[in-house]
Design a binder for this molecule. Structure first.
Ligand code: BGC
Length: 514
């Protein structure tokens, strides 16, 4: 088990740890799950900055943009309907992830991936052939249901298929695929925007069908996880699959652990009210606040609206899309750096460095925009100023991508004890979707009203979250997950929520892992 990885369970070392073909194929399916999520994040900003798309579906925004010399730069894209196009997906994903939790548990991980992939496929097609705003938003809602189902089931599928000692790496590999999805979307937008005839956006939206088809077909062909099969009473099949994916005939010990873990989980009658108990206050707080803070970094302002933002600060159409490609590349590269550093340097140092770097860059971006557009928002940026802005935006994206990006998912996933792990994970996913929705919906209007101050608004949040990490998030690197109680017990603040009998490590849980 890599230090402080997905489960952190050091006892896993006596199991076969090699990565077999079955596991590699499982990774490919998971990858298309990450790609789906990332593709959605990256595609809508580019599409909403294409004139042909705007004039067809959002003529009033198009009109404002056309006359932008006399309109405040800050407000030219302000339209609730336009933002609903982007953010409706996350609201649908939020609702769907709760339904998916039940499907994943009762009918298996594959079933959720299948439902997700198929819904997503239909959504992509509807968007590609859309004739009106209703079809556009309906398509986005279906995509959202797809994302909800896939984001709920794929990480669980991955962590159960992976040998314990590769779980941490796989967790961030999922985020890496998200960033690759965003980059691919930006590249595709850059290409389709050049298509004469103004139908390029149809290709951008319709191509989402490719990763959707991979996951739909993959979910039919791949076996379900041994854990899910045991959970659903198919023990014989589970043992066969386990032996296949571990590549050895004798998997008795690991199989027994899965059975024990299932029994343990079944004995918890109400994981949802269980999680409210005082001793879980540290985990509950952190699992809810980390996704909230992750979104309050303002990252999705860049991810959703980079081309719109670049246009706002005076870049031409192509320069805007190209700049989005540049930020996309930085996002992928910095995530790789995080994969390398997370188990060596630790989570806290990445969080703290990332926070400080984001803060500095945001302050510069806000100040530069103020210098150029002032409060009125009239004018265009000079070439050199625009280049400087791009540099600071890249510095900000890099900082996010090696800190809050991957850690926003990794840290909540590794702090829960077994008995509340799945309930806790749902809280993290749903909080993330809720605030992704809120930021997506509010951004263009916030830009219009808060102007350059928006960047100081997010900078303020970055100060708060960095202080929160400094004081309240303990280092989890190298800590086996079933020993996590000791971390809280040694913490200056969180220890007050634990009593003597809560601090048991070993017997009861040391023999089980998810
Ligand atoms: C976040 C997304 C964000 C992405 C950027 C993810 O960790 O959850 O909201 O768009 O990182 O790479």
């Amino acid at each position: 088990m890599p230090a402080g990885g997905f489960t952190g369970y050091t006892g896993g070392h006596h199991y076969p740890g090699k990565i077999t073909w079955s596991v590699i194929i499982a990774c490919c399916v998971a990858s298309s799950g990450g790609l789906i999520f990332g593709y959605d994040i990256g595609i809508s900003g580019g599409v909403t900055s294409m004139d042909s798309f705007l004039s067809k579906f959002f003529p009033s925004v198009y009109h404002l943009e056309e006359n932008s010399a006399s309109t405040s730069q800050y407000c030219k894209f302000d339209s609730q309907l336009l933002t609903l196009f982007t953010s409706s997906l996350y609201l649908a994903a939020l609702v769907a992830s709760f339904v998916a939790a039940t499907v994943t548990r009762k009918y298996g991980r594959n079933s959720s991936m299948f439902v997700g992939g198929l819904t997503f496929l239909v959504g992509a097609v509807i968007n590609g052939v859309a004739l009106n705003v209703f079809m556009l938003i309906l398509g986005r809602v279906l995509l959202g249901i797809g994302v909800g189902f896939c984001n709920q089931s794929v990480p669980v599928y991955l962590s159960e298929m992976a040998p314990a000692k590769h779980r941490g790496t796989l967790n961030i590999a999922f985020q890496l695929m998200v960033t690759i999805g965003i980059l691919v979307a930006n590249l595709i937008n850059y290409g389709t925007a050049q298509i004469p005839g103004g139908w390029g956006w149809r290709l951008s939206l319709g191509l989402a069908a490719v990763p959707a088809a991979i996951i739909t077909i993959g979910s039919v062909l791949l076996p379900d996880t041994p854990n899910s099969l045991v959970e659903r009473g198919k023990a014989d099949q589970a043992k066969r699959i386990l032996s296949k994916i571990r590549g050895v005939p004798d998997v008795h010990a690991e199989f027994e652990e899965i059975v024990a873990a299932c029994d343990e989980a079944r004995s918890i009658e109400r994981p949802w009210s269980n999680i409210l108990r005082k001793k879980y206050r540290p985990q509950l707080t952190i699992s809810a606040l980390i996704p909230l803070f992750q979104q309050l970094t303002g990252i999705n302002v860049i991810m959703f609206y980079a081309p719109v933002l670049f246009k706002t600060i005076g870049f031409g159409d192509n320069a805007s899309l190209l700049s989005a490609v540049i930020t996309g590349l930085i996002n992928v590269g910095a995530t790789v750096i995080s994969i390398i550093l997370v188990d060596r340097a630790g989570r806290r140092i990445l969080f703290l460095e990332g926070g400080i770097q984001m803060l500095i860059c945001q302050v510069f971006v806000g100040a530069l925009i103020y210098v150029q557009f002032g409060v009125s928002g009239i004018g265009t940026a000079s070439k050199s100023l625009a280049a400087l802005l791009l540099v600071f935006i890249c510095g900000y994206v890099a900082a996010f991508a090696w800190s809050w990006g991957p850690l926003g998912w990794l840290v909540p996933s590794e702090i829960f004890p077994l008995e509340i792990r799945s309930a806790g994970q749902s809280i993290t996913v749903s909080m993330n979707m809720l605030f992704t929705f809120a930021i997506g919906q509010a951004f263009l209007s916030m830009l219009c009203h808060m102007k350059f101050g928006l960047f100081f608004f997010f900078a303020g949040w970055v100060i708060i979250m960095t202080l929160f990490v400094a004081f309240f998030v303990p280092e989890t690197k190298n800590v086996p997950i079933e020993e996590m109680m000791l971390v809280w017990n040694n913490h200056w603040f969180w220890s007050r929520f634990l009593s003597e009998e809560d601090i048991h490590v070993g017997n009861r849980y040391s023999n089980s892992h998810v």
